[in-house]
Design a protein around this ligand. Structure first.
Ligand SMILES: [Zn+2]
Ligand SMILES: [Zn+2]
Length: 451
């Protein structure tokens, strides 16, 4: 027998249900998006993404939003690349089906603790025709970067060209993922979207400051995306507040009003950020880091932020936030503000509702809302959270009560029907709650009683 003939059985790794396609550009600013990956995966199996989602993915997600059924999540497909549960459900299902374990890196999930989902993702598809064309000409795999799916990114940092959102052939816009999505092609007319010729999206008409800002924003977000696989520090809300407070100390000796003027943001909003009551949305974060010439990635991940230049940059006119509707004049604007801040800081139990706070201060709730939108929202949130916890506690208490009542009735040889049990409860209404009903049934079962 030939000595070279190895008779040992080769080890064959376990097979995945769907192809284990390589993830494009992982760990770089150009990593692909999850919706783009689904499209490529569907293409490799020669089916439409809609079919793949319905037949293979939906049964694993099995949720109310009809388990990844594209017809029902139609206008929310942008959330599939985002920070929420739709993205995490899909990642879990796809990891299982493809044998990957890092598909979350094709979404913004790594940043879910510090980036509010509001206005984070772009609701329609955007692309750089030159990137597509380059991928095609060079024979690379064609794919859609995650960077293009974020609202704050308006430009391709490689080609310095504004991202397109309307097909040059049919002039329609596309959703991020549709039943018949095809990489690099319009989802409506199915024509190729790549092009190397100068287009109307060229940046040559942009002012220099405008271009500087757009490229800076795209690169700053690209840095976040690239860093996702190697994050060392725990991502936390507190660090963001701490970082912002430190910036306020550095740039305005801790004077929040002065600091908010520097970053061109309303004082109330900045106060809530610095006190950890609210988190800035990604677009606000990128704007303020641009003004202060600091890195967004550092602000979100480091305890100490490098400040190399203390001069503050102005945002170009086009991206300055539109002035809010002139606030109704309050007689004592500053005084009311500090009273509202006090309500938040006092942590009174139970916390007052916004309605009660307004009554106490002698103003109409709407007037407060118009003048101090963020503070009012924070007061309402504090109240709602407390009420929610109180409700859940009372449900738990009711569960215990139900258990006792069932045991007692049974020991008196009385069948513990729902109607009888409810007569003995402090809050009979809770019997509608699934958990309470569950306890009722379980206790009966443990006594050998029929349901
Ligand atoms: Zn490009
Ligand atoms: Zn088209």
């Amino acid at each position: 027998m030939l000595e070279l003939w190895d008779l040992n059985q080769p080890t064959i790794p376990s097979r995945s249900t769907l192809y284990h396609l390589d993830l494009a550009s992982i760990g770089t600013a150009s990593v692909e998006s999850l919706t783009g990956y689904i499209t490529r995966l569907a293409e490799s199996h020669s089916v439409y993404p809609g079919v793949l989602m319905e037949r293979e993915i939906a049964p694993l997600v099995a949720k109310q939003y009809a388990g990844a059924n594209l017809h029902t999540i139609y206008s929310h497909t942008c959330a599939l690349n985002g920070t929420g549960v739709m993205a995490s459900d899909l990642v879990q299902a796809l990891n299982k089906l493809t044998g990957h374990n890092r598909l979350h890196l094709l979404t913004m999930l790594s940043w879910s603790k510090v980036l509010p989902s509001r206005a984070l993702m772009r609701s329609t598809r955007a692309w750089c025709p030159k990137c597509y064309e380059e991928q095609r000409v060079n024979g690379y795999e064609i794919y859609e970067p995650l960077l293009w799916t974020l609202n704050v990114v308006k430009i391709c940092p490689i080609h310095q060209q504004l991202l397109c959102s309307r097909c040059p052939h049919c002039h329609e816009s596309n959703l991020p993922l549709t039943w018949r999505s095809r990489t690099g092609h319009c989802f409506k007319c199915e024509k190729w979207l790549g092009s190397s010729s100068p287009s109307s999206s060229e940046c040559k008409d942009l002012a220099e400051t405008e271009l500087e800002w757009l490229v800076w924003a795209a690169n700053a977000v690209g840095e976040l995306i690239a860093a996702a696989p190697v994050l060392e520090n725990e991502i936390s809300k507190e660090r963001v507040a701490h970082g912002l407070s430190n910036c306020a100390k550095h740039f305005s000796e801790g004077n929040i009003a002065k600091f908010s003027r520097l970053i061109q943001t309303p004082t109330n909003t900045v106060w809530l950020w610095c006190n950890g009551k609210n988190l800035p949305q990604l677009d606000a974060l990128v704007r303020l880091c641009f003004c202060l010439r600091i890195s967004v990635l550092e602000l979100l991940t480091q305890d100490v932020i490098k400040i190399t230049d203390s001069s503050v940059r102005l945002l170009p006119k086009s991206c300055q936030q539109r002035k809010h509707r002139a606030a109704i004049k309050l007689v004592n604007h500053e005084q009311v503000r500090s009273q509202l801040e006090k309500v938040l800081l006092d942590h009174k139990l139970p916390p007052p509702s916004l309605e009660a706070t307004a009554r106490d201060l002698g103003y109409h709730r709407e007037t407060l809302n118009r003048n101090f939108k963020d503070l009012c929202r924070a007061i309402s949130t504090q109240y709602d959270q407390y009420e929610r916890v109180r409700y859940l506690n009372s449900v738990d208490k009711c569960c215990e009560e139900v258990r006792q009542v069932v045991l007692r009735l049974n020991s008196q040889s009385v069948y513990p029907s729902e109607a009888r049990v409810s007569e003995h409860l402090t809050k009979p209404g809770h019997l509608r709650h699934k958990k309470v009903r569950g306890v009722l049934q379980e206790t009966r079962k443990s006594l050998g009683l029929k349901k």
